[in-house]
Design a protein around this ligand. Structure first.
Ligand code: ATP
Ligand code: MG
Length: 423
């Protein structure tokens, strides 16, 4: 009996070559976009000490309570976690290497994140984010820059139907006052709280506002508003962000219930949301997190960042019928005989030197079967090398698409001739 085929872990997807083509195009686009704003790439490990996420994200959050892939290193007993997001790792790296020593930093990263959630459309256990972090900036200009740059990316990608929601979470004192009022309010309505909310009532009442439970929407909509507690500084900061958005014709909605899933945010928070992905409509989310750097052991410094979910963005593009821009082969090289093989290899390498995309047939077979493969390869031309060609130090060129005559070309002028034919 043969072994059963092993399958990928649930919620962790293979990205097959055809789709990967779209990913490559997306990654190139994103990279140009980030460079246009002067952001520099940083790469962190996929695995971090569990304590980092507990401290950064907060113990009473969905991620830390139930979504982390945490395990003990069987060799030394260390408590480790597959990163569920990038901000904590990025800040850890910046502090560990003292990057804020004499200049603020504009950084970006891309890669896998891991969360043990119920897999569904737009929600996976391994997914990918592009993360952008601006560290050491206190003013509203950087918050606005991040939002403006998102708008530019949507335009570049041709994404419409995505709306911006913003809010301010104020500063620590206002949040503390708001927190106390929330606890009092929810205590008065304890019977209407679901189990999650009951549990969070004293540990993290702000998160109750983030509930997705329809039965609690009414209660939540009448809860005390943080807006009413904000200090003048925070209001000014928020207004300055809005002024820049207005200058750039970026439409937004102020959503006072936008609190974000993680604990570390303060002041500006924002989300870009589409109605086209069902409940998984948030494609990009972020905000200011002035307290985080100190919280994970650094000298206090303000910061702001956002992350976008690549799967959700690509799902939007695919819904619009966006296919990967093709990167077709120029040449499929067929050859038969020992001497022909030697020449075929030399020709293939020299064509690649000339910048052409060449697939050299491997695995032998008749000319006829090789030509079939050439036809199916999508290449523009077949280069054919047999004994006759070796004797003449030449090749036969055969157009595979759009008709055209077969011709004999010397190896010297070959790259030039291929260029002319594929122009
Ligand atoms: P949600 O409310 O959808 O669970 P979140 O608040 O947990 O989102 P963030 O931690 O802010 O999400 O992550 C930023 C972005 O990463 C999200 O807006 C989304 O596009 C994407 N994302 C988050 N979790 C997943 C997931 N499990 N699968 C795919 N994409 C995800
Ligand atoms: Mg989530």
């Amino acid at each position: 009996m043969s072994n059963p085929t092993l399958q990928a872990v649930k919620g962790m997807n293979d990205i097959l070559p055809e789709e990967a083509q779209l990913w490559l195009w997306f990654e190139d686009t994103v990279r140009d976009w980030l460079e246009a704003y002067g952001y520099r790439n940083i790469r962190m490990p996929l695995v971090e000490p569990t304590a980092l996420f507990k401290r950064a994200i907060g113990e009473v959050t969905d991620i830390v309570e139930k979504e982390m892939y945490s395990f003990e290193d069987s060799l030394n007993g260390d408590q480790l976690t597959l990163r569920p997001e990038g901000t904590a790792s990025c800040v850890r790296a910046v502090l560990q290497h003292n990057l804020l020593y004499n200049a603020p930093q504009r950084l970006w990263y891309a890669g896998q994140m891991f969360r043990h959630e119920r897999p569904q459309k737009g929600r996976y256990r391994q997914f990918h984010q592009i993360g952008v972090e601006s560290l050491g900036f206190a003013g509203p200009d950087i918050d606005a820059e991040q939002i403006v740059m998102c708008a530019r990316l949507w335009k570049k990608l041709g994404i419409r139907d995505v709306a911006l929601q913003i809010n301010t979470l104020g500063d620590a004192a206002a949040r503390q006052r708001h927190r106390e009022k929330l606890i009092t309010y929810f205590e008065q309505h304890k019977d209407a709280l679901d189990a999650d909310a009951q549990r969070r009532l004293h540990s993290n009442p702000l998160r109750i506002l983030d509930t997705k439970n329809p039965a609690m929407q009414e209660l939540v909509s009448h809860a005390p508003k943080l807006m009413d507690e904000l200090e003048a500084d925070a209001i000014q900061h928020f207004e300055a962000v809005q002024a820049i958005l207005l200058q750039h014709d970026i439409a937004f909605e102020i959503n006072p219930r936008l609190v974000r899933g993680l604990d570390y945010y303060n002041r500006t928070v924002f989300e870009w949301v589409t109605t086209r992905l069902g409940a998984q409509g948030t494609i990009c989310a972020g905000g200011r997190y002035d307290g985080l750097i100190e919280q994970i052991g650094g000298k206090p410094a303000p910061a702001c960042g956002f992350a976008m979910g690549i799967e959700r963005l690509l799902a939007l593009l695919q819904e619009d019928g966006m296919a990967a821009p093709a990167a077709p082969l120029d040449v499929y090289l067929v050859h038969q005989g020992e001497q022909a093989q030697g020449l075929a290899w030399r020709v293939a390498e020299s064509l690649r030197d000339a910048g052409l995309k060449v697939l050299l047939h491997c695995g032998g077979g008749s000319f006829k079967s090789q030509m079939k493969k050439a036809d199916g390869s999508g290449a523009a031309l077949a280069v054919i090398i047999g004994d006759d060609e070796v004797a003449a130090d030449a090749v036969t060129l055969k157009p595979l698409r759009g008709g055209g005559e077969q011709e004999r070309v010397g190896t010297q002028g070959l790259a030039q001739r291929i260029r002319e034919l594929t122009k």
